[in-house]
Ligand binder design. Structure first.
Ligand SMILES: Cc1cc2nc3c(=O)[nH]c(=O)nc-3n(C[C@H](O)[C@H](O)[C@H](O)COP(=O)(O)O)c2cc1C
Length: 353
């Protein structure tokens, strides 16, 4: 039972009954899913990347109508706009028209939401935690979080990033392994050099003194227990919650998650321009062929693929759907989120007894 000491301390300091955090999944984090996780004693979450300040405010107030529990708001750290390559974009537009609707000539010019306004809205919502991915918040934001008694969880993918995040004032680290579904959080270490959790958690635990939250391929009692044995105080689950009815994702995506073997997922820049792990499909097979154009950088590629992605969701067509999933996808249960959270943790505790 002593192995669970650090999970007990973590739960006490965040008001949780179970050390399980919902992954903040931009585009796949309805309030109903987050509140169910919190009401089961875990921490609900919202990936705010695609939400403006009003939507962030509304999400938080709807959450509070449904739960008194802890919740996390998350955003990607802003980066400088990439250099444009019009020829590459032309080739990609032509390629994509074979999968979805024609892509407008100016599609790549779509502006991003204001990062500063999103940060102010997250602070104003007073969540338990604000988390970061793809970089670190600047000193001013870190200070504002501390003044408002909001804890900062920084997503890291390497020891180098972990040390930098601790020095910048993070209260805990979300340690993302190679197994993870969705985008890779790398910011100092090249995305192609990602490390599996088996090596990463102990190495980060030896290098920093703040609590670690393991994420990537965690979806059952074995993987949760392993993460704790390796040095994590809590786990963050993404794909493992996507088959819950509250997640409300396209049925074809949920079905693909149910059967995907670890080797059925791949990391790709084909949807957004940034590397992320998704289930292999027809679109990914075609774009990996040698004569296919290279994806444009983020956020251009994301804008260019928007039409194809929404058509795939509307038609429930897995062939060109952005079906993000981690390597343990097939372990995801199709139970209600509250049952997943509470049964997972009681199964873990029974293993340690
Ligand atoms: C659909 C989806 C969307 C995601 N969006 C975000 C995001 O907006 N911000 C973030 O920090 N992580 C995001 N992630 C990554 C998760 O936080 C986490 O690292 C990952 O889900 C862990 O791996 P698992 O899916 O195998 O549990 C996303 C993951 C998925 C599956």
């Amino acid at each position: 039972m002593s192995l669970l000491k650090h999970t007990t301390e973590f739960c006490a300091s965040y008001g949780l009954d179970v050390p399980i955090i919902m992954a903040p999944m931009a585009g796949a984090c309805p309030v109903g899913l987050a509140s169910a996780v919190s009401n089961a004693g875990g921490m609900g979450a919202c990936g705010a990347l695609l939400m403006d300040d009003g939507q962030i405010h509304d999400w938080a107030s709807q959450f509070r109508d449904m739960s008194n529990g802890a919740f996390m708001l998350n955003n990607w750290i802003e980066e400088p706009a990439p250099a444009r390559n019009k020829r590459q974009e032309e080739q990609m537009r032509a390629f994509l028209s074979g999968f979805g609707p024609d892509v407008a000539r100016d599609a790549g010019d779509a502006p991003l939401l204001s990062f500063d306004a999103q940060c102010q809205a997250m602070l104003a919502a007073r969540p338990t935690v604000i988390s970061s991915i793809m970089g670190l918040y600047d000193e001013d934001m870190v200070q504002q979080m501390k003044q408002n008694d909001i804890r900062w969880f920084a997503t890291v993918t390497s020891v180098t990033e972990a040390v930098a995040a601790e020095e910048a004032g993070a209260d805990a680290l979300i340690v993302q392994g190679h197994e993870a579904g969705g985008h890779r959080g790398n910011f100092l270490t090249p995305a192609g050099e990602s490390v599996g959790l088996m090596s990463l958690i102990p190495a980060v635990a030896d290098a920093v003194s703040i609590p670690l939250i393991a994420t990537g391929g965690i979806a059952d009692k074995r993987s949760i227990a392993a993460a704790i044995m390796l040095g994590a105080s809590a786990v963050q689950i993404g794909t493992g919650l996507l088959r819950a009815p509250e997640a409300d994702i396209a049925p074809a995506w949920a079905d693909a998650i149910a059967t995907a073997l670890p080797e059925d997922t791949v990391t790709t820049r084909a949807y957004s321009g940034k590397l992320g792990r998704a289930i292999k499909n027809k679109y990914l097979a075609e774009i990996q062929k040698p004569d296919a154009p290279d994806p444009a950088p983020y956020p251009i590629q994301r804008a260019l693929t928007a039409g194809m992605r929404s058509k795939a969701s509307a038609e429930n067509n897995i062939d060109m759907m952005q079906a993000w999933a981690g390597q343990s996808a097939r372990l995801a249960r199709d139970d209600e989120a509250s049952d997943i959270i509470s049964s997972l943790w009681s199964e873990v505790v029974a293993q340690f007894d």
